[in-house]
Design a binder for this molecule. Structure first.
Ligand SMILES: [Zn+2]
Length: 325
């Protein structure tokens, strides 16, 4: 039987699907991005199957010739059954993934959490190659992480060891997280929830001061329209209040990074996710400034992911190489 030369990696997000055809060394030969087909739960796997076939056809091979397909997806996952269970980003109770793909493509398929996958991608193809103690953190719509400790990928009893975004960083629990609990890191610092933090602080600071800020003026006082990008944009134009609030959010991020440092003792943390990729210094600067105030362990090197927005799809390829080859 001839040696298989290609595999497919899938990054299934809340809005976008990225699919790549890769060689066995992780070089992408074809790539496609499309919006997730949300017409019904079955449409998601059908969409993935269609895209894998499309990439194979473009490259003149059949899907059957693949050594396997790795899928990286935001959870919660049931890894063993290969399904998403009540995913907050998709409007379905259950999304079957591995079985429909196995059946339609006739090749092995694995499913891993996207943050776990990203950590595998970084240690297989990125700047964390050869690093024995490493954590990847994403600051995006949500916050999550993947940890490699003594060269072992941490998964946990249900495969949920990546839930660092739900570390408690505020014992007063002033903000409620999307998960329903209070005081979680993600409730203050994720792209989706940063506006809640700003609105809370605006109320505490008082209208008299808030009214003078560019941020407030640009929204014409309508704080319901506020999004994370507005805060970063006002800070770039040196709005004093926006800069102060970003520094506070940065200190809260640093508490999260200190918890990660204390728990896993990594020598390197790489950071990705849309919020970070678009605002590198505004996000990483305050983290580096404050992390030492909260961590007891030696502070790791903290830097951007070298794989950019492709970190999860590289992770899907790495997962396929690890679990299916
Ligand atoms: Zn939470």
């Amino acid at each position: 039987m001839p040696q298989k030369k290609y595999l497919a990696g899938v990054d299934l997000g809340g809005t976008w699907i990225r699919v790549v055809l890769s060689d066995m060394q992780g070089h992408f030969v074809q790539k496609v991005n499309e919006k997730v087909d949300e017409t019904c739960s079955e449409a998601v796997s059908a969409h993935l199957i269609r895209l894998v076939h499309l990439l194979c056809k473009k490259h003149g091979i059949t899907a059957h010739a693949l050594s396997g397909v790795g899928i990286a997806s935001a959870g919660p996952l049931d890894m063993k059954r290969g399904v998403l269970v009540n995913p907050p980003n998709l409007p379905f109770d259950t999304v079957m993934l591995t079985e429909p793909l196995k059946e339609a493509l006739g090749v092995p398929v694995c499913l891993v959490n996207d943050c776990t996958a990203a950590a595998m991608g970084e240690t297989t193809f990125g700047v964390a190659r050869g690093v024995e103690n490493f954590v990847y953190i994403t600051i995006s719509t949500g916050i999550g992480g993947g940890a490699i400790v003594n060269s072992t990928l941490l998964l946990g009893k249900d495969g949920n060891s990546h839930e660092v975004g739900h570390f408690v960083i505020d014992y007063q629990g002033r903000l409620t997280c999307g998960c329903g609990r209070r005081g979680h890191w993600e409730a203050y610092c994720s792209g989706r929830n940063m506006p809640n933090y700003v609105r809370m602080r605006f109320e505490e600071i008082g209208l008299k001061t808030v009214r003078t800020s560019t941020l407030y003026k640009e929204l014409s006082g309508d704080l319901s329209r506020l999004c994370a990008a507005d805060l970063f944009s006002a800070a770039r134009r040196k709005d004093k209040l926006a800069l102060e609030l970003l520094d506070e959010i940065g200190e809260l991020n640093a508490i999260g990074f200190a918890n990660v440092t204390n728990a896993y003792d990594p020598s390197l943390i790489t950071v990705g996710g849309t919020v970070t990729l678009k605002n590198v210094e505004a996000v990483l600067g305050p983290i580096r400034k404050y992390v030492g105030d909260y961590a007891i362990n030696r502070i790791p090197e903290i830097r951007m992911t070298s794989l950019g927005e492709n970190v999860c799809v590289y992770g899907a390829v790495a997962a396929a190489l690890k679990y299916l080859s």
